[in-house]
Structure formats: structure tokens, C-alpha cells
Design a protein around this ligand. Structure first.
Ligand SMILES: [Zn+2]
Length: 83
């Protein structure tokens, strides 16, 4: 299985969770963590840099000019992700 195939399979499972990719990589040792994260991005799923939960990429977009991309709303409220 390729990283892309695995990403397509698990994207719906991990969205809205804080599941670790390690669990899947254990089952598919041929896949590289970075490749899988890239492939998940292609599927529109990204991990929040603050809390580690998986969100749709559009949910992690900055709302204001001083917001850093890659954080969810909750983390922004907590003051993380501010430039
Ligand atoms: Zn977050």
C-alpha cells in the first residue's frame, strides 16, 4: 500500500480525533510518516500544531493577519498560534 492509498483510507477515520499515525504506520511499515502526512494534506486533513487533533485543512486557516496557520480555533482562543 502507498502513503496515498492509506491516507485516502484513514482520512475519514482520523478527522475530529487526536489519533496518532503511529498506529497505522505500525501496520504499514513500508510507509514513511512524512509521506503519510503529505498525503493526508492532499486529502484535505491536517493536524493542528497546537493540540494535535486532525481537522479539515480549511479549519486551520488563519482568520486574522496576526494568526499563524496550522492551528484550530480552540488553540487560537488559548493564545497559541499568535505571531
Ligand atoms: Zn488545536
Amino acid at each position: 500500500m502507498t502513503a496515498k492509498e492509506l491516507a485516502a483510507k484513514i482520512a475519514g477515520q482520523i478527522q475530529g480525533t487526536c489519533k496518532s499515525l503511529v498506529y497505522y504506520l505500525d501496520e504499514h511499515p513500508e510507509i514513511d510518516m512524512d509521506d503519510l502526512e503529505d498525503a493526508l494534506l492532499d486529502e484535505g486533513i491536517e493536524k493542528c500544531k497546537g493540540c494535535g487533533w486532525w481537522f479539515e485543512v480549511c479549519e486551520l486557516c488563519p482568520l486574522g493577519d496576526d494568526d499563524e496557520p496550522g492551528y484550530c480555533d480552540q488553540c487560537r482562543e488559548d493564545g497559541r498560534g499568535k505571531a
